[in-house]
Design a protein around this ligand. Structure first.
Ligand code: ADP
Ligand code: ADP
Length: 227
C-alpha cells in the first residue's frame, strides 16, 4: 500500500494532551481517503506526520513499504498542498510547477515541458507561465500548487484542506478537476477536510477523526446511511 500508519501516537502542544491518541490507517493504491473532523481533531498533525514535518511518539509510518527517508519533502515520493498555496514568490509559475523535477535533477527543457503539461491539466494556460505567483488569483495560485504537487507523479498526494480558503464556485471547479485528474492519472490521495459534503463527493473512504482517534470509517454512502 502507498501509505501505512501503524499505532500512531503524538503528544499535543499542552501537557497531557494527545494530538493523535491512536491512529491506524492504510491507504490503498489509487484510493482517495479523507480524514474528516472538526477543528482540533488531529487532521493536520496526521498530514504533517506523513509529510515528515513531525515525528510520531509511537507507531510507524510506511510510504510504499518504507520508513520515510530523512529528505526534504521535495525529494521524496509525496506531493503536498496545504490550506495556502505556499508558492515560491520569486519563481515564476512554470518554475514553481517544475520544482519537484528540478530537485530530482531533470534537465530544464524536459521539466518545463512536463510542468507546462501539468499546469494545463489543472487549467493554467501557457500565457501565465512566466508570471510570478502573486500576479494570479488565489484560486489560480492553488491550481499551480496542485500542479507542483503532482508533476512528479508522487506515490502519495497529501492535501490539507486546500479548498477551505476558496469561494464556492472556485471550490467546486477545483474539486471537479481533482476528481477527474486523480481518476485519469491513478493518484493515491490522503486528504484532510472539515466539509463533509465536499469530502463525500471526492472520497472513496472517509475516516472521521475525533479527539485524535478514528471515530468512524467507511465509504461516504455507509457513513451517511448510519450517521
Ligand atoms: P485539525 O487539523 O483537525 O484542526 P490539528 O491536527 O491542527 O487539528 O490539531 C490537533 C491537536 O494537536 C490540537 O490540540 C493542537 O493544539 C495539537 N497540535 C497541532 N499541531 C501540533 C504539533 N505540531 N505538535 C503537537 N501538537 C500539535
Ligand atoms: P522549509 O520551510 O523547512 O524550507 P520546505 O522548503 O520543505 O520547508 O517547504 C516549504 C513549503 O513548501 C511547505 O510549507 C509546503 O507548503 C511546501 N512544500 C514542501 N514540500 C512540498 C512538496 N513535496 N510538494 C508541494 N509543496 C511542498
Amino acid at each position: 500500500a502507498p501509505l501505512v500508519m501503524e499505532g500512531i501516537g503524538k503528544a499535543g502542544h499542552a501537557e497531557g494532551t494527545q494530538a493523535l491518541a491512536w491512529l491506524e490507517l492504510q491507504v490503498e493504491r489509487g484510493e482517495f481517503l479523507t480524514l474528516l473532523g472538526p477543528s482540533g481533531a488531529g487532521k493536520s498533525v496526521a498530514i504533517e506526520l506523513v509529510a515528515g514535518f513531525l515525528q510520531p511518539e509511537a507507531g510507524r509510518i510506511l510510504i510504499k513499504g518504507e520508513r520515510q527517508a530523512r529528505l526534504p519533502p521535495w525529494r521524496r515520493d509525496i506531493g503536498l498542498v496545504l490550506e495556502q498555496p505556499d508558492l515560491f514568490p520569486e519563481m515564476d509559475v512554470l518554475s514553481n510547477a517544475a520544482f519537484p523535477l528540478e530537485a530530482r535533477g531533470m534537465g530544464r527543457a524536459e521539466r518545463e515541458e512536463r510542468a507546462a503539461a501539468m499546469l494545463e491539466r489543472w487549467g493554467i494556460p501557457p500565457a501565465l507561465a512566466r508570471l510570478r505567483p502573486a500576479a494570479l488569483s488565489p484560486a489560480r495560485q492553488m491550481r499551480v500548487a496542485m500542479a507542483r504537487a503532482t508533476v512528479h507523479a508522487p506515490a502519495l498526494l497529501l492535501l490539507d484542506d486546500p479548498f477551505r480558503a476558496l469561494d464556492g464556485a472556485e471550490r467546486e471547479s477545483l474539486a471537479a478537476d481533482l476528481a477527474r485528474l486523480r481518476q485519469a492519472l491513478g493518484w493515491t490521495v490522503l486528504h484532510a477536510a472539515r466539509d463533509p459534503v465536499l469530502a463525500s463527493v471526492l472520497s472513496d473512504r472517509m475516516v472521521v477523526l475525533q479527539g485524535g482517534r478514528a471515530h468512524q470509517t467507511g465509504t461516504p454512502q455507509a457513513l451517511y446511511e448510519n450517521p
